[in-house]
Design a protein around this ligand. Structure first.
Ligand SMILES: [Zn+2]
Length: 332
């Protein structure tokens, strides 16, 4: 989303707003801006040489001190990015800082926006804007179409490679020792256990039963308890249907089966099934309306018991995608 303040600033600079970001060429710079979740960001993409970046970074760090709302002004993966905390009055600082950063850049010989930041060749006005999203981070780049596509492929290949080649415990410890030499070996080992999931194959060997069997047992047990509770409490028993979710989850966990996406869906389905089953036990004594309330209300409440599974499913989905690129169209 781009709200009023930023939208107005974009218009002043002659930049376009599309797909929730501001982008365009201002003077000789490829500029983009966006905001969300309590921050505002502007970024400048250009062919920045590393040596130049190091020199500029010192000047930019001085600038950081001038603005209370600035979080950082840094080069991230070769793109200059300035981020601000979003509070009333941020827009004024954002605006001043933007022009200050440009005047710093003016002091260096930076190739203009028509030079592709990826390959360093001119784009002859044929550059495209891409919005990259990776692990919830946004970034905008103005490059050749094929350079942006190549970059997306390359990053995703790297992510896939990392996924298929998880670090061994020894490598992990070695890497951590290098970064945090002062931490004890014991702590690092503990951290490793937390981060690294055991090998899928290895876990499959250990499993007691297929996960769905455990989930089904939990589901039937939950339904039974719920039906008994219904005898005492009537319709109010549905408040306890979250217990079905807990039992299904515990049943699945007991089998020591690999969970993954499939397992998560089994758990969610079995949880709702549990409520239907409980209602089935009591169907003779319920009126149609009560039955519906029981099914709908009970199902929703039962999902509270598996909230962590549902959240996990969403997170996994997002991570699975790796880097996504959205090509921003030029307005005709
Ligand atoms: Zn290029």
């Amino acid at each position: 989303m781009v709200f009023y303040g930023l939208r107005k600033f974009a218009r002043e600079l002659g930049l376009e707003v599309q797909s929730g970001v501001v982008c365009g060429i201002y003077e000789r710079y490829a500029v983009s801006m966006w905001e969300g979740n309590g921050y505002k960001t502007f970024s400048i993409s250009a062919k920045f040489e590393e040596e130049l970046c190091n020199k500029m970074e010192i000047e930019l760090m001085d600038l950081e001190g001038n603005y209370r709302r600035v979080v950082y002004i840094r080069f991230i993966e070769g793109v200059l990015e300035a981020r601000f905390l979003d509070n009333p009055g941020t827009m004024k600082q954002f605006r001043n800082c933007f022009f200050d950063v440009l005047s710093v850049l003016d002091g260096y010989e930076i190739p203009d926006a028509d030079i592709c930041p990826k390959c360093g060749l001119p784009m002859y006005g044929q550059g495209v804007w891409s919005l990259f999203k990776i692990y919830g981070r946004k970034s905008c780049l103005y490059t050749h179409e094929h350079c942006a596509a190549a970059m997306e492929r390359e990053v995703n290949r790297q992510i896939e490679w990392d996924r298929q080649h998880p670090m061994s415990k020894e490598e992990f410890i070695e890497a951590m020792m290098e970064i945090h030499g002062d931490e004890s070996l014991e702590e690092i080992e503990k951290l490793y256990e937390e981060i690294e999931e055991p090998d899928t194959e290895q876990r499959r060997m250990q499993r007691r039963l297929p996960g769905w069997v455990g989930a089904l047992c939990g589901s039937v047990l939950g339904a039974f308890i719920l039906a008994v509770a219904h005898g005492f409490l009537g319709l109010a028993a549905i408040y306890f249907s979250w217990l079905c979710g807990e039992l299904v989850g515990a049943g699945y966990k007991w089998t020591k089966d690999v969970r993954g996406k499939k397992g998560s869906i089994i758990i969610i389905v079995m949880t709702i099934f549990s409520v239907f089953l409980a209602a089935g036990f009591r169907v003779m004594e319920m009126q149609k309306r009560d039955y519906l309330v029981y099914i709908v209300g009970g199902s929703l409440i039962s999902l509270i018991g598996v909230a962590d599974v549902i959240i996990g499913l969403f997170m996994a989905k997002r991570d699975d995608k790796g880097m996504q690129r959205k090509r921003l169209q030029k307005r005709k």
